[in-house]
Design a binder for this molecule. Structure first.
Ligand code: UN1
Length: 500
């Protein structure tokens, strides 16, 4: 694939200005479908750049906080309109830097548009509530207030949607931001910053610092002037960030791994279940926290399901995501493809049956990228590593089950709890699974992916730490509740004491 635009050197965005890293150095961002295609050079930043960005965000905070929320909303509405106008261009850039197919990068930008409009709508709501006081002539109410400077460390699999989930919610609530995008996908966040700039967001409210986790992420999450950290990525890094935030009692929102199960019951519409499984397992090349990486299939439909599944997976067209005929793009990087290859070996060694895939794709132009065949393991038992650990690539593992109870037990046997799904025609089974799956998201007769922005997104167990993003619930991460009592009785009244 030919390079579409001249290679540009991008800058950090600090205090409303585009500035190079203090080090003067840059790092390369290459197309994972074609390593000859250099998407751009991005600033290799460090602590000095982080300090400058946090200082800019701190300085901008009082002005943004005191801007009425309906006025803040106007900027977000404008950002939503610009994203709509530029959707195709942004989607192409994202496919080029990250690899997922155009239909999906269009969806990623759409998720940012949806989030902009959802958050903007909150500008005229941001509801607190009033409630009767237990004392006469006393008023009781509570309001949401912004917390301060927020630090975001964002992943490469949803290069614009996830930064938008976090940013739009934080901004409407009156916070300011420093974001460190994944080094595999900085261009999409640079593009988001340009959208905010054009929309009229005041200088210093949204700042971008690019570079590695060690050199930028660590000083950012440790910075004493940062009040909220929101991180999406691996459970391992989330655990480290948790420790970094503890000494200064920062508010921390974590969105981490998943090993999401689709439970296919004996009464399921098998074709529909296969549709959902292929989409959930191989959409985004399996690189979603919500990916359907486990398929728990009732023995009565097991053979029929596998036959259809394998047929469909073999027919998937793998290639450069800019080609509209392609179904699945590459892994995001060589490192990610190595992880996939390692798990394929683990699966074989543990005795799971490799039904299709299992190899890197290197012939012809595919050899220029980090392609891996869509891979299905079957006849696995629930304890195998390929059935328990997050792979984050185009691999799904099928486990036979004998009953609803066993399916739920196996689904809940992993460390994670993000998304789950059941295919059944029986309303009782659907409700039982809905009630008993240990996940933050659940689907009936639909895949494990496809969350919409106006519902809370997040998981339990080792997926999260009790917070949610998107929806109205997402505002909780970025606001402090303030309870206010107004006594207009003209005398000293004592709660809990005068009343009893
Ligand atoms: C993720 O996998 O990191 O529900 C986010 C979905 C998308 C978001 C996924 N809307 O799959």
């Amino acid at each position: 694939m030919a390079t579409e635009v001249a290679v540009e050197t991008q800058s950090n965005y600090i205090g409303g200005r585009w500035v190079p890293a203090a080090s003067g150095q840059t790092f390369e961002n290459r197309n994972p479908a074609d390593r000859d295609d250099l998407v751009g050079l991005f600033p290799k930043s460090g602590k000095a750049d982080v300090d400058a960005a946090v200082a800019a965000a701190k300085k901008a905070f009082p002005g943004w906080k005191n801007t009425p929320a309906p006025r803040r909303a106007e900027v977000l509405y404008a950002a939503g309109e610009i994203l709509k106008r530029d959707k195709e261009k942004l989607a192409r850039l994202m496919t080029r830097e990250m690899g997922k197919v155009l239909a999906e990068t269009r969806g990623d930008v759409q998720e940012a548009i949806d989030m902009a409009f959802l958050a903007a709508g909150e500008g005229r709501r941001l509801f607190g509530f009033t409630t009767p006081s237990e004392l006469p002539n006393k008023w009781a109410m509570c309001v949401r207030q912004p917390v301060g400077v927020c630090a975001f460390v964002t992943p490469w699999n949803f290069p614009m949607a996830i930064p938008a989930w976090k940013s739009m919610a934080a901004l409407i609530a009156g916070n300011t931001i420093v974001i460190k995008p994944a080094t595999d996908t900085p261009a999409s966040v640079v593009a988001l910053a340009r959208v905010f700039e054009e929309a009229g967001l005041p200088a210093g409210v949204f700042n971008v610092v690019m570079g590695s986790g060690g050199e930028v992420g660590n000083p950012l999450v440790e910075h004493p002037d940062v009040k909220v950290v929101s991180y999406t990525g691996s459970t391992e890094v989330g655990r480290q960030i948790s420790k970094s935030c503890a000494p200064t009692f920062k508010r921390l929102h974590l969105e981490m791994g998943g090993k999401n199960a689709i439970l296919v019951m004996d009464d399921a519409d098998v074709d529909l279940a296969v549709d959902g499984s292929v989409w959930g397992a191989f959409g985004t090349t399996g690189q979603r926290c919500t990916a359907s990486s486990r398929l728990l299939v009732h023995r009565k439909v097991y053979d029929a399901f596998l036959e259809k599944l394998v047929g469909r997976v073999k027919a998937l067209r793998v290639g450069n995501g800019l080609d509209e005929k392609v179904d699945m793009g590459p892994c995001v990087s060589e490192k990610q493809r190595e992880t996939v290859a390692k798990y394929v070996e683990i699966g074989k060694a543990e005795g799971a049956k490799l039904l299709t895939g299992g190899e890197k794709l290197t012939s012809g132009t595919l050899g220029k990228g980090w392609f891996h065949a869509p891979t299905v393991f079957a006849d696995a038992n629930a304890k195998m590593r390929v059935a328990c650990e997050e792979i984050f690539g185009p691999v799904t593992t099928v486990v036979p089950i004998g009953s609803l109870e066993e399916g739920i037990q196996v689904a809940n046997s992993v460390a994670y709890g993000l998304s789950g799904s059941i295919y059944t025609q029986d309303v009782n089974k659907a409700f039982k699974a809905m009630n008993e799956f240990e996940t933050g998201i659940f689907y009936v007769n639909s895949s494990t992916i496809g969350a919409e922005v106006h519902l809370p997104f997040g998981g339990i167990k080792e997926t999260g730490n009790g917070h949610r993003e998107a929806g109205i619930a997402g505002l909780d991460v970025f606001t402090e509740w303030k309870s206010i009592y107004v006594d207009f009785s003209g005398k000293l009244q004592k709660a809990q004491i005068d009343t009893h």
